[in-house]
Write a protein that binds this ligand. Structure first.
Ligand code: CA
Length: 243
């Protein structure tokens, strides 16, 4: 790991295009550098060049499988964190994965949030330049360690989904997220529900943040939603300054 480089590089070894795109998009949003190898041998070749901070490794690959990649890496002395992806739920896969030297595993289908939590835990464990554990936007403060949120110093109780939505907004102020992107990032790529589930959760989130009328989390009609921290001023205050 490079001391002056706080951006972690994540290598994804996976041959399924849907999952590659899901991971690439999501991890880039989160500020990681993402590289992809679509076979075990290609991945090993990339890892030999160095500069990878964490590996996301699928088990089912077109050439050598994930277990073998993992075994070879550990054998040659690589210590980077490895999170294995498995399509199978069998406990034997998990045990085998951990036996061959993986640090963690996640079963497909998984939510992006779940994977993100594992990635952060692994990067923290190896002491990668720690990311900011408190996110702020307008008068909102989110503590990622204690999973708590305050607005203007007052605690706000959020469900895990609302928390994830708000976290995404705080990380990317002013960025317009489409409903599909939010579904992808918060609910996971496998979510096959209606996109209005997003609207319902946004509505709850606004309610809890006392964002009525919506100023912080704004609707971009026909597109999606964006967080506007600069618009936190209270409606009353706005009226006064206008008159
Ligand atoms: Ca695969």
């Amino acid at each position: 790991m490079n001391e002056i480089d706080a951006i972690a590089t994540i290598l994804v070894i996976e041959d399924e295009q849907t999952i590659i795109e899901f991971l690439r998009t999501g991890l880039r949003y989160e500020g990681y550098r993402v590289e992809v190898a679509t076979s075990g041998n290609e991945g090993l070749k990339r890892l030999r060049r160095g500069g990878v901070d964490l590996l996301i490794l699928d088990i089912m690959l077109p050439d050598i499988d994930g277990f073998e990649v993992c075994r070879r890496l550990r054998e040659s002395g690589h210590t980077l964190p490895i999170i294995m992806l498995t399509a199978r739920k069998e406990i034997t896969d998990r045990v085998r994965g951990l036996d061959t030297g993986a640090d963690d595993y996640i079963t497909k289908p998984f939510s992006f949030d779940e994977l993100l939590a594992r990635i952060r835990a692994q990067l923290r464990r190896v002491g990668h330049a720690s990311e900011n554990r408190v996110l702020r936007g307008a008068d909102i403060e989110m503590n990622l360690e204690t999973r708590t949120v305050q607005r203007a110093g007052q605690p706000v109780e959020l469900t895990p989904t609302e928390f994830s939505l708000l976290e995404l907004f705080l990380r990317h102020p002013r960025r317009v997220f489409t409903r599909d992107t939010l579904l992808n990032l918060v609910w996971g790529y496998h979510y096959a529900g209606e996109t209005n589930v997003v609207d319902v959760h946004i509505s709850h989130l606004r309610e809890k943040l006392n964002d009525r009328p919506a100023r912080l989390i704004r609707t971009h009609y026909g597109v999606g939603y964006a967080f506007h921290p600069e618009d936190a001023g209270s409606p009353a205050h706005r009226e006064e300054t206008r008159s």
